[in-house]
Design a protein around this ligand. Sequence first.
Ligand code: KG4
Ligand code: ZN
Length: 393
Amino acid sequence: MRILSIETSCDETGISLLDIDTQDDGTQVEVLANELTSQASEHEEYGGVYPTLAKRLHAQNFPHLLARICDQVATTSIDNIPKAQQEQIQKWLKRHPGYANGLIQLIQDRGAPTADVITVTVGPGLEPALWVGINTARSISLVAETPVMPVNHMRGHLLSTCVPHSHDKTFRLQDPPLPAVALLVSGGHTELIHVAENTTTKIGQTRDDAAGEAFDKVGRLLDLPYPAGPHVSQLAQKARQQPSNKDEEGYTLPRPMIDADNCDFSFSGLKTAAARLIKKRELLDEDTRACIAQSLESAIVDVLAATTKRAAHQVDAQAILAGGGVTANTQLREQLQDVAETCSAELYLCPLDLATDNAVMIGLAGFASYSDNPDEAYLPPANQIGADSRLAI
Ligand code: KG4
Ligand code: ZN
């Protein structure tokens, strides 16, 4: 089946078209088209994602991405969108001046990508940003008569761990042995999920900041651009390659809850300790920044790895899965490798190109949700203006 997927939960606008087919020997995926635009540079001056700007940029970017998708795939022509439908789309997209007209014009000119289902992220995420994706999905659904399947963003990160490491446009989804434990670690979430045959259960989560948030907030204090995670990691690498003669002890940061008797996390104290460390240094030269970056990265990665190990023991995991933006971190990937070996579990790390937000993982989540319960895909009623209980955030 063909799945058109839409992701707008944070500061990445993504659309993809997947062709997914399940046979006796597994699930074969072909990425027919995949487009992604990051708004990171626009949010930089705010030091984080500014929701109103994110919403505006999603509406601005979407038609360009959709046009690029239409260049690559088969489309169904929709020459004349009836007036009543146009009015409905105007109502859904009324908060974004000019967007409805642009989208209607584009669809009339280019058609809509031919799909069996449209999947869209309905949460978790920034509410104004999510609504752009949801209302766009509803609009395309209305004119193309294609049902919409609401999906959870974190399920997308979870499913991305089943994509083979070095994958082409066509790949077979991996089928990890169960029970498994999944570490989902991103800018907004840090959680551990017990994945069993027919259920997924959250067994741990952050009590305050997410790991990615700790990277981003401390990185900002180190004058690094947003999102700071990859930059902190690069600086830390520099410190590792050119060990300075700085007093290492003075740079050690705490590892909150590393020995806890549960699988929760807490990164806010670590962030405060790092902020204090930065404030104490009068001169924040390159060496000092690199030492702090290394210390921060080691503390976060140690806690993530130790807690994942505890969770793996708790559920007797046969596999450890890890997805989300922070799993792009090389130190984390290496330490999870060690954890998996110690626990005699197989490791399923999401491929680097699918670690941060993207629409391919949303398409995979949409397919999984559809396979579980096809009745959840539906044609949104045309006369609904605001919230729709099935497309609720
Ligand atoms: O999954 P994601 O794209 O967005 C959310 O769903 O939040 O994750 C983004 C997060 C940011 O906090 C970013 O700094 C972090 O992932 N990140 C990294 C690295 N690459 C991205 N953190 C540490 N090391 C990296 N290499
Ligand atoms: Zn995410």
